[in-house]
Design a protein. Structure first.
Length: 385
């Protein structure tokens, strides 16, 4: 595993450049100080005057001592000025080195920022895009070319996966239809055996489950492909009402109390077929995985992010949040539960929500049960007079 140091690359480059500039400045100032003699006096001693020019020997010696004291004081003052000037120059150099280091770091890292921004804009629906960086063959171009090769492999993998799911789902419908026809022929014979009829009923149940699973594969492949050609303004209230009416008999059979607070004119933009499947899967999941005599509460409201939040809550036993987080993956179920579900319900919900620019959130309620929240971008509907 590749481990990077803490801190940003820009900060590390700035500190590195600043240290180099400071070291150069300190070396330059030290060299200048040494060449100047280190503040010591290099005065040439005065020559002995000729005997004819001597007056009073004591007065001449006193004059010489005064001149030497003046020269020593001038040398000390010059050394102090040089020291103060060096400190001021070093402080200015520190500030300038930080600014220059920041400028150079931003200049060096600018191609990496452009590559990062362009790579972040590429999603699963736009894997055909490439960075296509031009320029000299350096480390930055090698990084960009490597990312392009990775995107190419990812695109090929995604396309192969979607094609396999779609083709397998379509190809498997033919043998399923043949098996159904064979069962119908066997049961339609005069005076069929009771065991034959019972076997045909059991096989029809399994065939229905396989057919439902294949239908889920097709919807999942279409949602993950992101091709929403039949987009329109859809009212979630109509979809919720239709889904509740479709599962009303099953809800009454389990004694479920259903409360729906979804106001009309809750509009979203998207595919009506996929959004209908999303709402239908939410209702189906709430009814199928509910306890006897339980309850279902549905609500929809607008959020501050110009979106519509559809919330479905159910009661039941206390669930583990780690298991709940896996329910959005295909074929994931709670515990060892295998009956009454294909394991694609919430994964289809997540895929459809993502295809419409929304998201799915699953939360295990502390008092028991599950809270499913789907957030979809709200559609801009003109106000009628």
């Amino acid at each position: 595993m590749l481990r990077l140091r803490s801190g940003t690359v820009g900060a590390r480059f700035t500190i590195l450049y600043a240290v180099v500039f400071l070291a150069s400045g300190v070396g330059l100032l030290g060299l200048a100080f040494l060449l100047s003699g280190g503040g010591t006096s290099n005065a040439v001693p005065a020559r002995n005057p000729p005997a004819s020019a001597l007056g009073d020997l004591d007065a001449a010696q006193q004059r010489i001592r005064q001149l030497e004291e003046q020269l020593a004081g001038a040398d000390a003052q010059q050394a102090r000025q040089l020291l103060v000037g060096s400190l001021v120059a070093l402080t200015v150099m520190a500030v300038v080195s930080l600014l220059l280091g920041r400028v150079l770091a931003r200049r060096v890292l600018r191609p990496l920022r452009l590559i990062t921004r362009a790579t972040r804009d590429i999603s699963a629906d736009s894997l055909h895009r490439r960075l296509a960086v031009t320029g000299p063959a350096d480390e930055v171009k090698d990084l960009a070319d490597t990312i392009d090769e990775l995107l190419q492999r990812l695109e090929a993998s995604f396309v192969a996966q979607r094609r396999f799911v779609a083709n397998a789902s379509h190809e498997l419908r033919t043998p399923l239809t043949t098996m159904r026809a064979s069962l119908d022929v066997a049961v339609a014979k005069p005076d069929p055996d009771a065991s034959t009829v019972a076997l045909a009923d059991r096989l029809r149940t399994q065939l229905d489950r396989v057919d439902h699973l294949l239908d889920g594969f097709l919807v999942l492949a279409r949602a993950q492909h992101g091709a929403l050609a039949d987009t329109a303004v859809v009212d979630l209230a109509d979809l919720v009402g239709a889904a509740l009416r479709e599962r009303s008999a099953d809800a009454r059979a389990k004694g479920l109390r259903v409360a729906s607070v979804v106001p009309s004119a809750t509009h979203v933009q998207g595919s009506e077929a996929l959004l209908g499947r999303l709402v239908g899967n939410l209702v189906d999941n709430a009814v199928t995985h509910n306890e006897q005599g339980g309850w279902i509460r549905m609500a929809a409201s607008a959020t501050e992010e110009q979106a519509i939040a559809l919330i479905v809550e159910t009661g039941g036993r206390v669930l583990d949040q780690r298991e709940v987080d896996r329910l959005a993956q295909p074929f994931e179920r709670l515990g060892a539960e295998r009956t009454g579900s294909s394991g694609l319900g919430l994964s289809i919900v997540a895929a459809v929500a993502a295809a419409h620019g929304g998201r799915l959130a699953l939360l295990a309620r502390p008092e028991g049960g599950l809270r499913v929240s789907v957030t979809l971008p709200a559609a801009k509907v003109p106000v009628r007079a």
